[in-house]
Design a protein around this ligand. Structure first.
Ligand code: PLP
Length: 387
C-alpha cells in the first residue's frame, strides 16, 4: 500500500471524529446499564438522552421521536413493514413504493411480500418523476390499504438529491406515509422533518463521523410507529428492545452536533469537489460525470472512464494511495453492476467510480488524485496506441 493515503470514500464511511471517539471512550471507561436505577445506570441514561437531543436537533425533530438502532439498515428494516400501530390500534399498510435507485436496504422491501412492492423509475439524472408517482398512487382504491413510499433524500452513489417536499405533497394527498432515507444527506443538506413532510427519517452514525453500528429512526410523531423489529426488554419505549449500545450512541450524538455545524462549510466542500472533477476533465476528455447537471450533494462525484474496467481503475487508484469506491461495491468487496446506473439508463457502463469527500479533505488529497488521474490517462493513451 502507498505510504501516503488519500481517503476519498466518505459516503462508504466517514472518518471517526475526535469528539465522537472521546465521548465513546468516556462511556467505555465506566460500568452501568442505562436501565439500572443506580447512579451508574442513570449516568448511562443521561448519555443516551444527550445524544437523543443532538440527533433530534439535526432533524428539527422532538427528542421523544428518536429511536436508536444498530444502523440505517435496521431502521429501514423496522420501518418497511405492513404492520404499524396508531396509538393503541393497529394499522395495516397495503403497499410499498421504493425508487429503483434506492439503497438496497430500502430496495429489498423489508417485510413486504414481493407483490406488495413497486419500484418507481428514475430518469437519466436519477430523479423521480413526481407526476408518475401521483398517477401511480391515484390508481389505488381505498380497499387496497394505505401506501407507504420510501425514498432516499440523497443517493449514496451519484449524490443526486430527490425533491422530497414535492414527493411528500403527493404522498400526503393520497393519504400515504413517507419514509426518507436521509443517511447521505446528514451534514450535507439541511434536514427538517417538518419542512420535508416526512413521516420517518432514517439516519446512520458512521456516515457523519460517528462510529459504525449506530443509527436512528426519527419520526414526525410517536403516535404512529411500526411494529418493533426487535422485541424484549422494552428499551427505546418498546420500539427497539435490547441493551443500548451507549458508547456508539454517545459517539453518534457528538457527530450529529458537528454535522449540523458543518453545513456552514458545505460550499467549500463543493468547490473542492469541483476541483477534483476539473482534474478528471483535464486529463480524460471523454470522462462522464454522472448527473452533473442534476441537483447533487456537494461532496460526491460519480464518474465513468469509458473503456476502462471499474475494477482496474479502482486498483490503479488504490496503488496510487487513493481510496475511492466503485459506486456499487458489494459486501464481498467485488465490483458488481450498479443498479443505480442501470436505473438511470446508464447500465451499459456496468459500474462507475465514486469519490466522496468531507471537511477533512484538502490540497494533499487533491494533488494525489491529480497525479493518479494523470497516470491512468497516460496508460490509457499508451494502450490506445498499441491497440
Ligand atoms: N442508506 C444509504 C443511502 C446508505 O448510503 C447506507 C450505507 O451505505 C445505508 C442506508 C445503510 O446504512 P448502515 O451502514 O448504517 O446500515
Amino acid at each position: 500500500m502507498a505510504a501516503e493515503r488519500a481517503y476519498l470514500d466518505y459516503n462508504a464511511s466517514a472518518p471517526l471524529l475526535d469528539k465522537a471517539k472521546a465521548a465513546m471512550l468516556a462511556v467505555l471507561e465506566s460500568p452501568g446499564n442505562a436501565s439500572s436505577v443506580h447512579g451508574e445506570g442513570r449516568a448511562k441514561r443521561a448519555v443516551i438522552d444527550r445524544a437523543r437531543n443532538h440527533v433530534a436537533q439535526l432533524c428539527n425533530a422532538s427528542p421523544d421521536n428518536v429511536v436508536f438502532t444498530s444502523g440505517a439498515t435496521e431502521a429501514a428494516s423496522t420501518l418497511l413493514t405492513p404492520e404499524y400501530r396508531m396509538g393503541r390500534g393497529s394499522l395495516v399498510i397495503g403497499h410499498l413504493y421504493v425508487l429503483a435507485s434506492d439503497h438496497p436496504c430500502l430496495l429489498g422491501g423489508g417485510h413486504f411480500a414481493a407483490d406488495q412492492i413497486t419500484q418507481l423509475p428514475v430518469d437519466v439524472d436519477g430523479l423521480i418523476n413526481v407526476e408518475a408517482l401521483k398517477t401511480e398512487l391515484g390508481r389505488r382504491s381505498k380497499d387496497d390499504g394505505q401506501a407507504i413510499v420510501a425514498c432516499h433524500f440523497a443517493n449514496n452513489e451519484s449524490g443526486v438529491i430527490q425533491p422530497v417536499a414535492d414527493i411528500s405533497a403527493v404522498v400526503k394527498d393520497a393519504g400515504g406515509l413517507l419514509v426518507v432515507d436521509a443517511v447521505q444527506a446528514a451534514g450535507r443538506l439541511e434536514i427538517d422533518i417538518e419542512a420535508l413532510g416526512a413521516d420517518f427519517l432514517i439516519l446512520s452514525s458512521h456516515k457523519i463521523g460517528g462510529p459504525q453500528g449506530a443509527g436512528a429512526i426519527v419520526s414526525a410523531t410517536d403516535l404512529l410507529m411500526p411494529a418493533p423489529l426487535v422485541t424484549g426488554g422494552g428499551q427505546e419505549k418498546g420500539h427497539r428492545a435490547g441493551t443500548e449500545n451507549v458508547a456508539a450512541i454517545a459517539g453518534f450524538g457528538e457527530a450529529a452536533v458537528i454535522a449540523g455545524e458543518r453545513l456552514g462549510g458545505i460550499e467549500a466542500v463543493r468547490n473542492l469537489r469541483d476541483r477534483f472533477e476539473a482534474a478528471l476533465r483535464a486529463h480524460i476528455a471523454d470522462v462522464i460525470i454522472v448527473a452533473d447537471e442534476a441537483p447533487r450533494l456537494a461532496n460526491t462525484s460519480l464518474f465513468i472512464i469509458p473503456g476502462l474496467k471499474t475494477e482496474t481503475a479502482q486498483i490503479a487508484f488504490d496503488l496510487a494511495g487513493i481510496a475511492l469506491s466503485a459506486g456499487s461495491a458489494c459486501s464481498s468487496g467485488k465490483v458488481g453492476d450498479s443498479h443505480v446506473l442501470a436505473a438511470m439508463g446508464l447500465g451499459s457502463h456496468g459500474s462507475a467510480l465514486r469519490l466522496s469527500i468531507g471537511a477533512e479533505t484538502g490540497e494533499k488529497e487533491l494533488v494525489m488524485f491529480q497525479k493518479a488521474v494523470q497516470g491512468i490517462a497516460e496508460r490509457r493513451a499508451e494502450k490506445g496506441k498499441a491497440a
